[in-house]
Design a protein. Structure first.
Lengths: 230, 314
């Protein structure tokens, strides 16, 4: 069954998203054309939906994703897959600020770089960035993994809570309250099992695994300076 | 929230029309007021003024007093004032004046009228048009789509720090520096203390808008000998708050972003032309074909785009 074509253009976003929901309910794959970097494309799509966006999308694409497989051919704007519960989102190019913000599950795969605060406050799931993750990525992440294959910008893993940031390549600087730890073979195998379906396993990688230093979990007056750095 | 935009053309053209498109696409970011700063072909002599009076019933008296002050400074109308009014109490005016002996001295005297009339831009080429309402409404009222020039700025305001008043709209002129304008997305938190310092140096601020500070701050740094690039860089650790701002001068547009990278900036450069905006979907109004987009998403960034789009070292 060939994919249904939905043109975005300047049509009302609700009309476009209604058509995507309808196609999902009918089990029909969709290609969205003429996306014009529009915001809020493909919100809250259910399991079974398969949507491919030609070109680039604006803010909050695939937000609140509930199981859909979503592909963006080129770049995504701020807040990609914000609040995603489950599903798989692939971006061919760059993903803007706060990709995967507050997501609770599912997978984001960015083939280019990501902007700042990738995975901010994420509470589950995995974000894989083939390029470099931007400034302050992993900021206050509660759970889940951010895996960057091409390095990280400044203030990496800042104020991390219980998530993990894995970086192969250069880390420009660490954020507040970060511990860099040597991963065990089992932990590396677990990360490789996440990368394996994406065809991204490379055993020669020199991983840096960043976890919370846990000093910010409780306020202690001797740590006041660390708090002031946030 | 606010939305900002910048546009540079390879040669003089309908920059007003493009800025209206850029701002219409971002009207959801703030429809309290909209404004445009447009750089037309520079005059060899004389200045274009844009101004606003707050009570149109006093228009004749305002203009009489304004002209008296001009004449006291060796200047007069080169082109008679043209007024724009609607149902609102305020009126807007455009005129061309001959060169006053000293711009700063003249504007200081002209500013004695600011309880009823204020000059909102002064330049060989700069014209600032601003008003309450969305992009299309302001553009239709003031004929912005037909304004021709090389480059310019746009702003959609969601008022967070001060009142919604027609004169509190962006862009702001860097009083008294001719041909300098700014648009800002964000909030400046230490603007009262900076304003006090600048006021002690003789600068005047006409609104309670925090953004008015930035234009004067950057211009003051340049007047002390910094290059524009140095002034932009120095603003980042000096001014406290959240900002992405763009500052325009006859030679081009500069920008700076705060240390926490809180506000977006998206740019498309193609064939010597440039469009910059808060949102990518806005620049796609100008460049609708799928093309390479530069996301200035990182912290503490600055840059300058010159007219003709030759990038200067920033």
């Amino acid at each position: 069954m060939s994919a249904r074509v939905v043109e975005a253009g300047q049509r009302h976003i609700r009309e476009i998203n209604d058509e995507l929901q309808k196609a999902a309910a009918e089990g029909q794959e969709v290609v969205v054309t003429n996306t014009l970097s529009r915001h809020n494309l493909g919100i809250g799509l259910p399991k079974g939906a398969h949507v491919r966006f030609e070109g680039s999308v604006g803010y909050y694409c695939a937000g609140l994703n509930d199981g859909a497989v979503i592909e963006v051919e080129r770049n995504a704007g701020w807040g990609l897959a914000e609040g995603m519960a489950s599903g798989h989102v692939t971006v061919g190019g760059y993903a803007g600020m706060s990709a995967g913000a507050a997501m609770t599950g599912g997978t984001i795969h960015v083939k280019g770089d990501s902007g700042p605060r990738c995975g901010v406050a994420m509470k589950g799931g995995n974000i894989i960035v083939e390029g470099k993750i931007g400034y302050q990525s992993g900021f206050m992440a509660h759970s889940g993994k951010i895996i960057a294959l091409g390095g990280a910008g400044h203030s990496c893993a800042d104020a991390l809570w219980e998530g993990e940031v894995w970086v192969a390549g250069e880390v420009e600087s660490l954020g507040v309250d970060v511990n860099v730890v040597e991963p065990t073979a089992e932990e590396v195998a677990e990360v490789d099992s996440i990368l394996e379906p994406l065809g991204l396993v490379d055993s020669s990688r020199n991983w840096r695994k960043m976890i919370s230093g846990q000093r910010l979990w409780y306020f202690e007056s001797r740590d006041a300076n660390a708090w002031l750095m946030i | 929230m606010c939305g900002i935009a910048g546009r540079i053309l390879a040669s003089p053209g309908r920059v007003g029309n493009d800025l209206v498109e850029l701002m219409d696409a971002q009207e959801h970011r703030g429809a309290d007021s909209t404004g445009f700063a447009i750089y037309g072909t520079p005059r060899d002599e004389g200045y274009v003024l844009r101004g606003m009076g707050f009570d149109k019933t006093g228009l004749d008296a305002d203009m009489e007093r304004f002209r008296d002050i001009l004449r006291e400074h060796g200047s007069d109308y080169l082109e008679e004032p043209v007024f724009v009014t609607d149902d609102n109490p305020h009126y807007c005016v455009r005129m061309v004046i001959s060169d006053p002996r000293d711009i700063a001295a003249w504007i200081r005297d002209a500013d004695t009228l600011t309880d009823r009339f204020e000059v909102q831009s002064c330049g060989r080429s700069l014209e600032i048009v601003k008003d309450i309402g969305g992009a299309v409404a302001v553009a239709d009222k003031h004929g912005v789509r037909d304004m021709v020039g090389t480059h310019g700025l746009g702003h959609a305001r969601l008022a967070t720090e001060s009142s919604v008043l027609p004169n509190a709209s962006h862009p702001f002129w860097a009083r008294p520096f001719s041909d300098v304008a700014i648009v800002h997305n964000g909030q400046i938190t230490d603007y009262y203390s900076w304003r006090e310092r600048l006021e002690r140096k003789g600068y005047r601020f006409l609104t309670q808008n925090d953004s008015e500070l930035i234009a004067v701050w950057v211009s003051d740094q340049i007047s002390q000998g910094l290059t524009m690039a140095q002034a932009l860089q120095k603003s980042i650790p000096s001014i406290d708050g959240v900002f992405t701002y763009m500052i325009a001068r006859p030679e081009g547009i500069g920008f700076a972003k705060d240390r926490f990278a809180m506000k977006p900036l998206v740019v498309i450069e193609q064939a010597g032309e440039l469009a910059a905006a808060t949102e990518e979907q806005a620049v796609r109004r100008v460049f609708s074909d799928e093309c390479d987009v530069i996301n200035y998403d990182g912290p503490s960034l600055t840059g300058i785009w010159t007219v003709g789009n030759r990038r200067m070292a920033a």
